[in-house]
Design a protein around this ligand. Structure first.
Ligand SMILES: [Zn+2]
Ligand SMILES: [Zn+2]
Length: 384
């Protein structure tokens, strides 16, 4: 009983100080998975807050605010927490790095170092027993939402983010990870109250804006992001034969502004873009490219030609195989019967021609700094 009470008390303190761990963070991380209900109360409140719409109702202004804040903050999750803090796919200055971390806090997905640590861990153990959110190992719901409620997944493992924990301002934001979300929620409430007084024609209020702009938008953002942990290892095509079961999905790429090209990303994590070909829409990359023209970020990393060639080869190979299968199913009726062998011959010739001029090695290892290397290197990409 006393042990339970002390656990509950620790969990309440951790709402404010995420690094508080009287038994040691390492001990907690080595425990088996167990839902920590007290620690999850803020997360439960986030979901229950959506029900506030019953009392506040809706207005076009509040709904549009929720939609815009969803996409702006999705771009932050992918462009900042994922492509900068987790993978360092571009460089920036120290003040801009701090500003990016502040923006990351508004997504209410905990601190930048916690996010990066878990994500790097996912890449190092994708779809293995160790992977905290593999739908193949732990099931769909655990990979989507369960894993973040587990006590062992709350502490940050700072040894996995040595390139980031040398910046005290980042460690501060990571440790007190409720500050930015609370200030963000307050600002939205304040904006609504201001508009109620000064722009009554918008028919909104502080509470209505809080429900739509914060609770509904943030809950949708959480589930949109979580689709990458759950769905992106289940739904879509596999261009690259990676050791995990990551997939490429157009639908997920739209919902998550480019993260849906997850199989591409698992094949080559260091590139700023996840959509490797022009038809793979990757809004986050376009935004980062635009930002690089201002000089605030630089050194965006590209996909090596060898990885692109490997992808093109694999796609050709799949389409030829699919055409052969189609021919096999209806051999006597298929009007494509005479066309398919010719098309296959052209495709094979194209692939061979492409390979003649492109590097034969599958991976450009020299230019590929993957997460394992990043985790151990106490060097950043920024000019201090
Ligand atoms: Zn993955
Ligand atoms: Zn990643």
């Amino acid at each position: 009983m006393q042990k339970r009470l002390s656990h509950a008390l620790s969990a309440v303190i951790q709402w404010i100080d995420a690094d508080y761990a009287p038994a040691g963070a390492e001990t907690v991380r080595n425990e088996p998975d167990r839902v920590d209900w007290v620690r999850c109360i803020p997360f439960i409140i986030l979901h229950l807050g959506c029900l506030g719409v019953i009392w506040t109702g809706a207005s076009p202004f509040a709904v549009w605010t929720a939609v815009i804040l969803y996409f702006l903050r999705m771009a932050t999750v992918t462009g900042v927490y994922h492509r900068y803090f987790s993978h360092k796919t571009y460089s920036t200055s120290r003040p801009m790095q701090f500003f990016l971390a502040l923006c990351g806090g508004t997504t209410v997905q905990r601190g930048p170092l916690w996010w990066a640590y878990h994500h790097r861990h996912h890449h190092q153990h994708s779809d293995e027993e160790e992977d905290a959110h593999s739908p193949h190992v732990h099931g769909f719901w655990w990979s989507h939402i369960g894993w973040i409620t587990s006590r062992r997944n709350f502490p940050t493992d700072y040894t996995k983010v040595r390139d980031l924990d040398r910046y005290p301002e980042l460690v501060f934001l990571n440790r007190f990870d409720a500050i930015v979300p609370l200030l963000f929620a307050l600002s939205i409430f304040g904006l609504g109250a201001f508009l109620q007084a000064h722009a009554p024609g918008l028919h909104t209020s502080g509470w209505q804006m809080l429900v739509w702009g914060f609770f509904i938008s943030t809950t949708a953002l959480f589930h949109g992001t979580s689709c990458i942990n759950s769905m992106a290892h289940l739904m879509g095509r596999r261009r690259y034969k990676t050791e995990d079961d990551s997939r490429n999905s157009f639908i997920l790429a739209i919902i998550t502004l480019g993260e849906g090209w997850h199989n591409n990303h698992h094949r080559y994590q260091s590139a700023t873009r996840n959509g490797f070909f022009w038809w793979e829409i990757d809004i986050t990359y376009y935004l980062l490219k635009g930002l690089s023209w201002t000089g605030l970020i630089w050194g965006l990393k590209s996909v090596p030609a060898s990885v692109l060639a490997e992808g093109a080869h694999s796609d050709h190979h799949d389409s030829v195989a699919a055409a052969s299968r189609a021919q096999h199913i209806h051999p006597e009726y298929s009007s494509l019967k005479r066309i398919v062998p010719a098309a296959a011959a052209i495709a094979v010739a194209t692939v061979n021609a492409a390979n003649a001029t492109l590097p034969q090695r599958a991976d450009g290892h020299k230019s590929h700094r993957d997460v394992t290397e990043l985790s151990q290197t106490p060097q950043g990409e920024i000019d201090p």
